[in-house]
Design a protein around this ligand. Structure first.
Ligand code: ADP
Length: 263
C-alpha cells in the first residue's frame, strides 16, 4: 500500500514550462484520474511520476523520494502503461506480459512467473490471444495486453496513459472495472490520464483537472464535474446530469474562444 505525494512539481521541455508548481496527494486504494484538454500536461505528469522525465520539486512514495530510488525499485513499485501506440518489440502476447515480470526475476523464469502471467491473462480475458503475435493485434487488444504486462509486475502504483482510448464500450468498461477492482482488492493506487469524463466520474475516487499545466481544481468527481468547470477548462458548454449516482456529462457545444489547449 502506497501513498503518493506530489509537492511543488514543475517541469519544462527546454524553455517551455509544461507543469507549474503542482501539488497532489493520493492515498492507497484510490484511483486518481488526470483530466484536462489535449496538451494540458497529463502525459507529462505521468512520465514525471515514473521518472521517465526529471521534474523539479518532489514525488514521494510513502514518504520516499522517487528521484532517489534505484531504477529497479521504481520498476517494482510502479507499473507504467503507455498509450498503445508505443508498442514493444514483436513477440507473442504471453512473452509481452512476461516482460512485466522483469523487475522481479533474475535471469531465470520461475514457475511462479509463468503462473502469474497466466493468471493475469485470465484476469483480463486474454488467454485466447496468448500465443498470437503482439504486433498483429487490434489497437484495443494491444492496450489490454499492455495493461496485463503492468499488472504482472505486481506494482503498488499503476500509471496509465489513456488506458481506454482505443477500446469499444464493452472493453472500456471491462478495463475500468478491472482496474477499479484491483485497486480496492489489492490496496494499490492507480493514476490515469483519461479523456472520457463519464468513465472518469464513474471509476475514480479523485480527479485532478489540469489546465495549461496547472491544477485548475482537485477533488471528488462530484465536486469537480460542474458545468462551470467544464466550460472554464475545456471551453465546452455541457449538461451535467446524474446517472448511477455519479455525474454524467453531455457535451452540447464548443464555446467561442474556448480553446485552451497548449498544442
Ligand atoms: P496531454 O497528455 O494533456 O495531452 P502532454 O503532457 O502530452 O499533454 O503535453 C503537454 C505539452 O507538452 C504540450 O504542449 C506538448 O506539445 C508538449 N510536449 C509533449 N511532449 C513533448 C516533447 N517531447 N518535447 C517538447 N514538448 C513536448
Amino acid at each position: 500500500m502506497v501513498k503518493i505525494t506530489i509537492k511543488d512539481l514543475t517541469f519544462s521541455y527546454g524553455s517551455n514550462k509544461i507543469l507549474d508548481d503542482l501539488n497532489v496527494v493520493l492515498d492507497d486504494a484510490e484511483v486518481l484520474s488526470l483530466v484536462g484538454p489535449n496538451g494540458s500536461g497529463k502525459t507529462t505528469l505521468i512520465k514525471c511520476i515514473d521518472r521517465i522525465l526529471k521534474p523539479e520539486g518532489s514525488i514521494l512514495l510513502d514518504g520516499k523520494e522517487v528521484q532517489s530510488m534505484k531504477q529497479q525499485e521504481i520498476a517494482r513499485q510502479m507499473g507504467y502503461v503507455p498509450q498503445s501506440s508505443s508498442a514493444p518489440l514483436a513477440t507473442t502476447v504471453f512473452d509481452t506480459v512476461l516482460m512485466g515480470r522483469r523487475p522481479r526475476i533474475s535471469w531465470r523464469v520461475s514457475d511462479k512467473d509463468i503462473s502469474k502471467v497466466a493468471d493475469t491473462l485470465e484476469l483480463l480475458n486474454l488467454q485466447e490471444l496468448a500465443l498470437r503475435d503482439f504486433a498483429q493485434l487490434s489497437g484495443g487488444q494491444k492496450q489490454k495486453v499492455l495493461i496485463a504486462r503492468a499488472l504482472a509486475q505486481e506494482p503498488s502504483v499503476l500509471l496509465l496513459d489513456e488506458p481506454t482510448s482505443n477500446l469499444d464500450m464493452k472493453h472500456q468498461l471491462e478495463v475500468m472495472e478491472t482496474i477499479s477492482a484491483l485497486v480496492k482488492e489489492r490496496g494499490i493506487s492507480a493514476v490515469m490520464a483519461i479523456h472520457d469524463l463519464n468513465l472518469a466520474a464513474r471509476f475514480s475516487d479523485k480527479l485532478v483537472m489540469l489546465k495549461r499545466g496547472v491544477v485548475y481544481a482537485a477533488g471528488s468527481p462530484d465536486e469537480l464535474l460542474s458545468e462551470k468547470n467544464i466550460s472554464d477548462v475545456y471551453g465546452v458548454e455541457a449538461l451535467v446530469m446524474r446517472s448511477l449516482d455519479k455525474p454524467c456529462i453531455i457535451p452540447l457545444r464548443s464555446l467561442n474562444g474556448g480553446a485552451v489547449c497548449m498544442t
